[in-house]
Design a protein. Structure first.
Length: 95
């Protein structure tokens, strides 16, 4: 399989996953409040990604200030964004 075909398939799979995310989030928010759900989602992601980040950190030899900046940027960009998205979903009746 060529790199182009793999890329197209990856985009299709990504679109399918994100396309189903809205209705799934709305269904789950009927049972679980928004912010505990966001916390669980971020915590599970952090547990899965931490070993990968540590492995990459050892290869890249990042300095501590850079690692702190990257961590803060990731927390603000991802956690804040997902938190607001879930909070908004809990107040809408669109889906």
């Amino acid at each position: 399989m060529s790199a182009h075909t793999k890329g197209v398939l990856a985009q299709i799979v990504s679109a399918l996953i994100w396309g189903m995310a809205g209705p799934v989030v709305k269904i789950v928010l009927n049972s679980v409040p928004a912010f505990p759900f966001v916390f669980l989602r971020i915590a599970i992601g952090a547990l899965i990604l931490t070993p990968l980040v540590i492995n990459r950190h050892l290869k890249l030899k990042l300095k501590l200030p850079d690692l702190v900046r990257l961590t803060v940027m990731g927390l603000l960009a991802i956690t804040f964004n997902i938190g607001l998205y879930f909070w908004g979903q809990s107040y809408t009746s669109v889906i």
